[in-house]
Design a protein around this ligand. Structure first.
Ligand code: BGC
Length: 550
């Protein structure tokens, strides 16, 4: 691979980076087939540059039957022909690198797709074969193996085991099209090292690791489980399915590979574990960084935010990692909507799949979206001022609400189908972006859109917001440009402020003041740099955030 694709720079570039998540199928479509593609991403490289992000993370773009939005991977070292080709991938990396935007790809190591060549070989080779040993095949219970080997449900509803023609069963923590790998098999280790090397050699700068806590399992006796809530997951490294201590042996191997590159490749773990167990994923000997999803689950409340920020900064100081902040991604309700759904933030699983409050309010047209947007902007400006890195999700820079009225027969998310109406659908945050106020797909592409776009999308279109100095898009641009200038050591100190507000200062005198209430409050002393909401007579409306400089 020639050298031009590599973006060199300091080893610790990732510590305070702004990473923008692209959900490729829904970002930009160049050929009008209704599915976003790599050429679409290339066409938006200047948009990303103007937005001011330091890196993009691409959700899976690999060949896939889309049983789970691409998290069912047929081939880890190729591009879905509907999305592009490896050559186009190289061009995309080059175009982004030339604009100093780094590239992360998504690695899905817990499971592949049932169309993956290894799984097909496992089916053909039969019981007891070395091909089956790459997965978790077992005989069933009952006289004729007619009952599943254990009482295991999957994340997306019933059944964690599926039976194959010769009577054996295989384990899958997600859909039946996503067989789990057997990480006790050295061949699986080698295969993933090969994949990580493949993308690293192509110039990829970092990796987002899907369900990083699930790879190692204790299968004797076979586990039973009917809920995936954190409450039932052991928190001492001995849970049979998740967050086992020995999973870190895998990441030590990966780190060894990452460190052979200059600058070393970076990684961020998606690990839904007990907060005190996050450290090893984020350590320098492991993946280096782990998502902190605490704010996703929290109510929009000054005390809750204060405590979460405090504990996460302590945590990152103890691991030597840097904090990650995230308010939206492809699995959760967009924060401009979530923050005004009644009941949101009241329970620890506030954002999880079993959130009854969301299912109840999914088609609720009375949500106060103006308040939602004001809260979303306030929360975003707050996290952008914190020490650490920020992960943004495509479309949040437009202030997009979730699409709450996708007809059931047009939903794509397996969580919806398998959850029998009890689990939320994640399609509402995956609807293709509006780039223009008109056209067959609001400028997403020259054709249609693989998920229906609502008519109200027009007013959120990027081109409309581009022309409006007070738009959410221009607020994000201004904030990212300022942040780049203000970025300083990874510390903050809390300052006294009125109830319902938070004020902190970074070492260079950069102040961030958030008003969580719905009434105006006095601004602190300092030169006003930027704000959401309205400032008048020395007061900031609520909810809103202001940045100032002492
Ligand atoms: C991804 C989901 C996906 C699941 C299974 C998650 O963590 O973010 O979108 O359904 O892993 O791969």
């Amino acid at each position: 691979m020639s050298d031009f694709k590599f973006l060199r720079g300091p080893k610790d570039w990732w510590r305070q980076a702004v990473v923008y998540q692209i959900y490729p199928r829904s970002f930009s479509d160049s050929n009008g087939d209704g599915i976003g593609d790599l050429k679409g991403i290339i066409s938006k490289a200047d948009y990303l540059k103007t937005l001011g992000v330091n890196a993009v993370w691409l959700s899976p773009f690999y060949p896939s039957a889309l049983a789970d939005g691409g998290y069912d991977v047929d081939d880890y070292r190729d591009v879905d022909p509907r999305i592009g080709s490896l050559e186009e991938f190289d061009v995309m990396v080059q175009e982004l690198h030339s604009r100093e935007i780094r590239v992360f790809v998504d690695i899905v190591p817990n499971h592949c797709s049932d169309r993956h060549v290894w799984f097909q070989e496992a089916l053909a080779a039969g019981r007891g074969s070395k091909e089956r040993d790459r997965f978790i095949f077992r005989d069933g219970r009952g006289e004729n193996s007619e009952l599943p080997p254990s009482d295991l449900s999957s994340h997306f509803g019933p059944h964690g085991w599926t039976r194959v023609e010769d009577g054996q069963w295989y384990m899958h923590l997600f859909t039946k099209e996503q067989p789990d790998f057997n990480w006790d098999n050295p061949e699986v280790h080698e295969e993933f090292l090969k994949t990580l090397k493949f993308w690293s050699d192509r110039g990829v700068d970092g990796f987002r690791i899907d369900v990083a806590h699930a790879l190692k399992k204790q299968l004797d006796p076979l586990p039973n489980r009917s809920s995936y809530s954190l409450e039932v997951m052991k928190d001492d490294g001995t849970d049979p399915l998740f967050d086992r201590d020995d999973v870190h042996e895998i990441y030590a191997e990966w780190r060894n590979l990452f460190n052979q590159y200059d600058p070393p490749r970076v990684a961020v773990a998606e690990a839904w574990v007990h907060p005190h167990r996050r450290a090893p994923y984020a350590s320098e000997k492991g993946l280096g960084q782990a998502f902190n999803f605490d704010l996703l689950a929290a109510a929009f409340d000054a005390d809750a935010y204060h405590d979460i920020i405090e504990s996460n900064l302590e945590f990152s100081a103890s691991t030597g990692s840097s904090s990650t902040w995230v308010l939206s991604n492809h699995d959760v309700i967009r924060h401009a909507t979530r923050m005004v759904i009644p009941g949101y933030g009241e329970s620890a699983d506030g954002f999880g799949s079993e959130n009854k409050w969301y299912v109840e309010h999914r088609m609720d047209n009375d949500l106060d979206l103006e308040l939602g947007l004001a809260r979303a902007q306030a929360a975003t400006l707050l996290i952008l001022a914190l020490p650490g890195s920020t992960y943004l999700y495509q479309g949040e820079e437009l202030g997009l609400p979730d699409v709450t009225d996708i007809p059931s027969d047009q939903m794509q998310d397996p969580q919806w189908f398998r959850g029998e109406g009890k689990l939320k659908s994640r399609d509402g945050c995956r609807v293709p972006l509006p780039w223009e106020p008109t056209g067959t797909s609001f400028g997403f592409g020259p054709g249609g859109s693989h998920l229906p776009q609502p008519s109200w999308y027009a007013k959120y279109a990027a081109s409309v917001q581009d022309a409006d100095p007070n738009s959410t898009l221009n607020l994000y641009r201004e904030a990212l440009a300022l942040r780049a200038k203000l970025i300083t050591e990874e510390q903050l100190s809390w300052q006294e402020s009125a109830s319902g507000t938070l004020l902190f200062e970074r070492p260079n005198g950069w102040l961030c003041f958030t008003n969580f209430t719905q009434h105006e409050v006095e601004l602190p002393q300092g030169d006003l740099l930027l704000h959401s909401g309205v400032v008048s007579g020395g007061k900031l409306s609520g909810p809103a955030t202001a940045w100032l400089k002492r």
